[in-house]
Design a protein around this ligand. Structure first.
Ligand code: ADP
Ligand code: DAR
Length: 347
């Protein structure tokens, strides 16, 4: 039994998460009494995957120390998900000139919109699952202050979720700009505590540069626009990250890169996506998935993670985030999208 009273969890037969796959009784016994300086325990690391047995991964970190103290569980999960071994080292590279991604759909026949986001967390405090309410509110104050000092095309306004008109909130979500209220996976990870206090969204006038504050990570820095000008979207993101980093120090580990609450986002914490209409490929998902698998891409629904694909529009994004650079992530997405458009035209 862990220090906070958890016995070895019973996983049902259908559980296929990386947690189920890697948490043995021996490992549980080895880790059950460990607690980080922020009070994060094994029970808290695994709670989301115990409560939601349909998880894909099932674990979250409460602080930087979690990735070290619970490394006998996190490392095999990270190796399994990212193909990243204990001896590998992450390398960051935000050099726009190394990207080769001319608009793959200049006539606008397929790509509705392009979005590139990175997750970031503030250094020297816990991650979301272990933040106190006071710490979370302090992050909101510090980050919103830094954002409201941005100038030029990044200039904008911060809108706290507390007090936001419900119609405004729903419209921002419908327009794909704002996060939904935390799902059951985030809830069981402790990421929805005190919701909506301390959460909000910053965006510039054109809503092409946005920052989510205190959702799954303390910052989700987002660049997005209509169409397929991937290089323009990446250029804006690079500029935004560099400007924010002048006044906010991000949590970074020499081996794991930018640290995030969910291990799937470690490294670059980048997801580069397009919303793309592919009616013919949509009727041949076997071919569709062969192309996305070969290009290390993921297919999602267009209304956020865990949403169903509807009509013939798909959210296509890079799957690799750790052990690859930011340029690699965007190049992965570009190469795969170009291959999908080529195949769609051939059908
Ligand atoms: P993430 O973890 O990257 O935030 P989600 O799948 O939860 O991913 O998407 C968050 C929001 O961003 C959703 O509203 C989704 O519709 C929107 N979104 C993601 N990619 C794009 C895109 N290429 N164009 C427009 N909206 C997008
Ligand atoms: N609850 C997680 C989701 C994994 C990746 N998505 C994130 N981090 N939003 C799961 O184990 O399914």
């Amino acid at each position: 039994m862990t220090s906070d009273g958890l016995s070895f969890p019973i996983f049902n037969q259908s559980c296929s998460s990386l947690l189920c796959r890697h948490l043995t009784v021996q490992l549980f016994e080895q880790l059950k009494d460990r607690v980080t300086e922020n009070g994060f325990t094994l029970a808290k690391v695994i709670n989301s995957g115990v409560v939601n047995q349909d998880s894909g991964v099932g674990v979250y970190a409460g602080d930087a120390a979690s990735y070290d103290l619970f490394s006998p569980l996190f490392d095999p999960i990270i190796a399994d998900y990212h193909g990243f071994s204990k001896t590998d080292k992450h390398r960051s590279d935000l050099s726009l000139e190394k990207l080769s991604a001319p608009d793959p759909d200049p006539d606008g026949n397929f790509i509705l919109s392009t979005r590139i986001r990175v997750g970031r967390n503030v250094a020297n405090i816990p991650l979301g699952p272990a933040l106190t309410k006071e710490q979370r509110n302090s992050v909101e104050a510090q980050v919103s202050r830094a954002l409201q000092n941005l100038t030029g095309k990044l200039a904008g306004t911060y809108y706290p979720l507390s007090g936001m008109e419900e119609t405004v909130r729903r419209q921002l979500i419908a327009d794909h700009f704002l996060f939904k209220a935390g799902d059951r996976f985030l809830d069981a990870a402790g990421l929805n505590r005190d919701w909506p206090e301390g959460r909000g969204i910053f965006h510039n006038r054109d809503k092409t540069f946005l920052v989510w504050v205190n959702e799954e990570d303390q910052l989700r820095i987002i660049s997005m626009q209509q169409g397929g000008d991937i290089e323009a979207v990446f250029s804006r993101l690079i500029n935004a990250v560099k400007e924010i980093e002048k006044s906010v120090t991000f949590m970074f580990d020499p081996r794991l890169g930018y640290l995030t609450s969910c291990p799937t986002n470690l490294g670059t914490a980048m997801r580069a996506s397009v919303h793309i209409r592919l009616p013919k490929l949509g009727n041949d998902m076997e071919t569709f998935k062969k192309i996305t698998d070969a290009a290390h891409l993921q297919i999602r629904g267009i209304d956020g993670e865990h949403s169903e694909t509807k009509s013939d529009i798909f959210d296509i994004s890079n799957k690799r985030r750790l052990g690859v650079t930011e340029v690699d992530c965007v190049q992965d997405m570009y190469n795969g999208v170009a291959a999908l458009i080529k195949r769609e035209k051939e059908l």
